[in-house]
Design a protein around this ligand. Structure first.
Ligand code: WTA
Length: 690
C-alpha cells in the first residue's frame, strides 16, 4: 500500500503564518459563530461592501421546510447595492485603479494582454451603454456565448451594472443547446464572438450562434440583437492551415495533437445579418464611458446559469445580488487565502459556475489580480499550465481533477521544467479527486509545499460549501474535509435519519447560507421538488457522502441519474433523448461508467429498430447526434448493442443492472423483479471491448 495516499498532510508553516485562519481552533470558533449566529456573522462581513441603503428588519428570513409552505430565502432585506460597483468602482475609488485586474493569456503562447481595474471599469461602462442602447433594461435576460476573453467578463459585469440578468452558455454547447437556453430564458439579445481557437481546433462561435438564432426563430422567438466581439482578425478568406475547423466546441480533454510553435491561422469569415448583427468594436467606439449603476434590491436576480436536470431539461439556476456577493467574496478570501500580492488563476471556463464565482466575481470583489486563459492544458504541449504559472508567478491555482489526471500521464518532466516556486495554494473542484491524483498535485506540482483545497460545491450553492482551508486544515487526500462558514451538513439515509460513521448517505444542508440559489428560473415548483422535497427541512445536494471517525466528509459522487464527466454534470435522460431522436434507435438507456481520466463517462445501451444492424458507422452517427444535440463534451464513450433492456414488470429500466453489465461485473444482484431475465446474459455476451 502506498502510504502517501492515506496519510494526513499538514499545512506548511509559510502558508499557515500568513493565512486568515491559522489553526483549527480559530476555524471552529468562526464556524460555530456562523452557525449559531448567522446574522451576526454575515452582518460583519457585509460591512466591507458598499450599500446604497442598509438592510432593514430581518437580516435573514427563510423557510427551508416544504411542509411549512413555499421555500424562500432572503438575506439583508431592504439593502440596496450593485455587485459591479463593489467589484470595480469601489477599488478604483480606493485608489487601486491601476492594479491589474486580469492578465489574459491566449490559446497561442505569446498572445497576451492585461487590463487594470480602471480600464475594466471604463470598458464595462461603455458596454453597459451599448446594451442599454439596444433596449436592455433592468430585469431583462442577456445570453452570452463567448470564449475566454476579457470581453466575456466585460459583458457579464455590464449586465450586472444595469441590472440585467446574464445567462452565460458555455461555448462548448451546441447550437441546439444554446437555442434551448435562449428560449427558456426568454432572451432577445445574444452576445458572442466570431470564433476562438482551442488548441488546434477553431470553434466557429458566430456560425453556431447563427444556427441557434435560426432555431429560436423557427419557434417564434426573435433574437433582435446579436453583438459580436471580433476576436480573430476576420478577412474574406478562411484559409485553414495547421488546424481543423470544428463547428462545435472542442472537448475539454483535448490531446496534445498540435505542432508546437506553429501558429494556427487567425482568419475567419462570418456571415452577417444586417439589422441584427453588430460588431462589438463598432458599438463600443461611440459609447459613452459614463454609466451610473442600477441600484438593485439585494434579492433582485443577478444571473441565471443552466445546469443539467435529471428529467433531461436543464434548469435555470437563479442567483440574487446581495447574498451571492457576500458568499462569492468570502469563500474566495478564505478558501484561497487571498492576499493582496497574490496572482490567482482559475482555469475553469466562465461558462460554468466555477468561472462565474472564481474567475469573475470572487476575485474582483476582493480586488485581486488574476489570469484568464483561453487555451487548453495540452497546447502546444502538456506543460502549458506550468509555463503560464511560471510566466505570471501564479500563487493560487484552481483546476479540475480531470485535468490533473490527464496531465499526470504525460509524466513529470512537463511540470518540472518550469519554475513553480510561486505556488502556495492548489485548489480542485468538479468531482471527487482520487488520492493518486491528489498526491501528484501535492508532491509534483506543489513540490510538497503547497496546501491543497478540495472544494465541494455546486452551481446551486453559488460558492464552496465543503472544503479545506489552506492555513489550518490537516489534509486527507480525497476528502473535501469540513464545512465552510454558514454550511451545516448532515448525511442522511433514505428515511431521513443521520447515518453512522463510515456509512454512505445523502449529503444535505440544514440551514441557508447567503449564496444558495433562490429559485429555478420560471419554475419555482421544480426548485422545491428537486432540492427540498425528499428531505423536508434540508437542501439536498444529490451527492452521496460519508463521514470518517475524525469528522471528515468524503463526497462519493452523484446519487441521482446524473453523470459527472470531466467535472461536467450531464443528465442521462438528456443523452437518452438525443439518442432516441435518431431514426434507427428504438430505445436507449445510458448509465455512468468509471473512466481513468474523465472520472466518469457515459455507457449507452442502444436498442435498434427491428431489422437494423449495429454497425461502426451507426455508432459514429449516434455519437455525432449527441454532440450536435448537447455539445462535444457530452459525446458518449461506449455504445453497446442492446436488443433488449432489463426491465421490471412495470416496464422501468433497471439501471443498476446495466451499470453492472457495463463494468462486466456478473454479480448483478437481485433480479427477481425483472420481466425477462435472459436479457442479462445476452447483454453480457454483446459487451464491446472497453
Ligand atoms: C461534483 C461545480 C466531489 C458534485 C462547482 C456536485 C464534487 C457537482 C466536487 C456540481 C468535489 C463538485 N468533490 N464532487 N470537490 N466539486 N463536485 O454544478 O457531484 O457543475 O454535485 O458545480 O460536481 O457540479 P456543478
Amino acid at each position: 500500500m502506498d502510504d502517501r495516499l492515506h496519510k494526513t498532510y499538514f499545512p506548511d508553516d509559510n502558508i499557515k503564518n500568513e493565512s486568515h485562519v491559522r489553526s483549527m481552533e480559530q476555524y471552529k470558533e468562526m464556524y460555530e459563530r456562523s452557525i449559531s449566529d448567522p446574522e451576526g456573522f454575515w452582518k460583519d462581513i457585509a460591512q466591507q461592501f458598499y450599500f446604497k441603503s442598509q438592510p432593514q428588519g430581518k437580516f435573514l428570513d427563510f423557510n427551508f421546510d416544504v411542509n411549512n409552505g413555499p421555500i424562500y430565502i432572503k438575506w439583508m432585506q431592504g439593502a440596496v447595492t450593485n455587485i459591479c460597483f463593489n467589484s470595480l468602482d469601489r477599488h478604483v475609488q480606493q485608489g487601486n485603479g491601476e492594479k491589474v485586474a486580469f492578465y489574459w493569456e491566449g490559446n497561442y503562447p505569446g498572445d497576451a494582454g492585461q487590463i487594470s481595474y480602471a480600464e475594466l471599469l471604463r470598458k464595462v461602462c461603455k458596454f453597459a451603454n451599448v446594451l442599454k442602447a439596444n433596449g436592455v433594461k433592468k430585469g431583462d435576460r442577456v445570453a452570452i456565448y463567448m470564449p475566454m476573453i476579457v470581453e466575456l467578463s466585460v459583458a457579464l459585469l455590464a449586465c450586472a451594472r444595469i441590472g440585467a440578468m446574464h445567462s452565460i452558455v458555455f461555448a462548448g454547447f451546441s447550437a441546439e443547446s444554446l437555442a434551448e437556453r435562449m428560449q427558456d430564458g426568454e432572451v432577445s439579445i445574444l452576445v458572442t464572438a466570431d470564433g476562438s481557437w482551442r488548441g488546434t481546433k477553431l470553434v466557429n462561435l458566430k456560425e453556431i450562434s447563427d444556427k441557434a438564432m435560426e432555431i429560436c426563430a423557427g419557434k417564434g422567438q426573435q433574437i433582435t440583437t446579436c453583438l459580436v466581439a471580433k476576436h480573430l482578425s476576420a478577412t474574406e478568406e478562411t484559409p485553414v492551415r495547421n488546424g481543423t475547423v470544428v463547428n462545435d466546441g472542442g472537448d475539454c480533454i483535448d490531446e496534445a495533437t498540435s505542432e508546437p510553435g506553429v501558429r494556427p491561422c487567425q482568419h475567419l469569415k462570418v456571415n452577417w445579418t444586417e439589422g441584427r448583427d453588430i460588431w462589438w468594436h463598432t458599438a463600443m467606439a461611440s459609447a459613452s464611458e459614463d454609466c451610473e449603476c442600477e441600484w438593485m434590491d439585494v434579492e433582485d436576480p443577478l444571473f441565471m446559469l443552466y445546469t443539467s436536470g435529471s428529467t433531461g431539461k436543464p434548469k435555470g439556476v437563479l442567483h440574487t445580488t446581495g447574498g451571492y456577493m457576500l458568499y462569492a467574496a468570502t469563500t474566495f478570501k478564505y478558501v484561497f487565502d487571498y492576499q493582496q500580492h497574490d496572482i490567482y488563476w482559475c482555469t475553469a471556463d466562465v461558462g460554468w459556475i466555477t468561472g462565474h464565482t472564481y474567475v469573475c466575481y470572487g476575485p474582483l470583489l476582493n480586488g485581486s489580480t488574476s489570469v484568464i486563459f483561453e487555451g487548453t492544458p495540452f497546447y502546444p504541449d502538456a506543460g502549458r499550465l506550468w509555463q503560464v504559472v511560471e510566466k505570471y508567478k501564479v500563487s493560487k491555482f484552481y483546476t479540475a481533477p480531470t485535468a490533473i489526471r490527464s496531465l499526470m500521464k504525460y509524466g513529470d518532466s512537463y511540470v518540472t521544467k518550469y519554475d513553480r516556486s510561486s505556488l502556495k495554494v492548489l485548489g480542485t473542484v468538479g468531482e471527487p479527486i482520487n488520492p493518486e491524483a491528489w498526491v501528484w498535485y501535492h508532491d509534483v506540482i506543489g513540490e510538497g509545499r503547497c496546501s491543497i483545497v478540495d472544494t465541494f460545491w455546486q452551481t446551486e450553492t453559488g460558492g464552496h460549501t465543503v472544503t479545506s482551508l489552506p492555513g489550518c486544515t490537516p489534509m486527507k487526500p480525497g476528502s473535501a474535509s469540513f464545512p465552510f462558514f454558514g454550511i451545516k451538513p448532515t448525511i442522511l439515509d433514505e428515511n431521513c435519519k443521520p447515518v453512522e460513521v463510515g456509512q454512505e448517505g445523502y449529503l444535505v444542508f440544514s440551514q441557508p447560507w447567503p449564496g444558495i440559489m433562490r429559485t429555478v428560473y420560471g419554475d419555482h415548483q421544480r426548485y422545491e421538488t428537486t432540492y427540498f422535497k425528499k428531505f423536508p427541512g434540508y437542501y439536498c445536494t444529490g451527492d452521496g457522502a460519508k463521514l470518517d471517525e475524525d469528522g471528515y466528509i468524503w463526497v462519493t459522487g452523484r446519487i441521482d441519474d446524473m453523470v459527472n464527466v470531466s467535472g461536467h454534470l450531464l443528465s442521462t435522460a438528456e443523452i437518452e433523448s438525443a439518442l432516441i431522436e435518431h431514426q434507427s434507435v428504438a430505445e436507449a438507456a445510458v448509465v455512468s461508467h468509471p473512466h481513468e481520466i474523465k472520472g466518469e463517462c457515459t455507457y449507452c445501451f442502444i436498442t435498434l429498430c427491428e431489422g437494423l444492424e449495429f454497425t461502426d458507422a451507426l455508432v459514429s452517427e449516434l455519437k455525432a447526434a449527441v454532440r450536435s444535440k448537447i455539445g462535444p463534451f457530452a459525446q458518449p464513450d461506449v455504445m453497446q448493442n442492446a436488443p433488449g433492456l432489463p426491465k421490471t414488470r412495470s416496464g422501468k429500466i433497471m439501471r443498476r443492472v446495466l451499470r453492472k453489465i457495463a463494468r462486466g461485473d456478473k454479480d448483478v444482484g437481485d433480479i427477481s423483479t425483472m420481466a425477462d431475465e435472459s436479457v442479462v446474459e445476452l447483454l453480457f455476451s454483446l459487451r464491446p471491448d472497453c
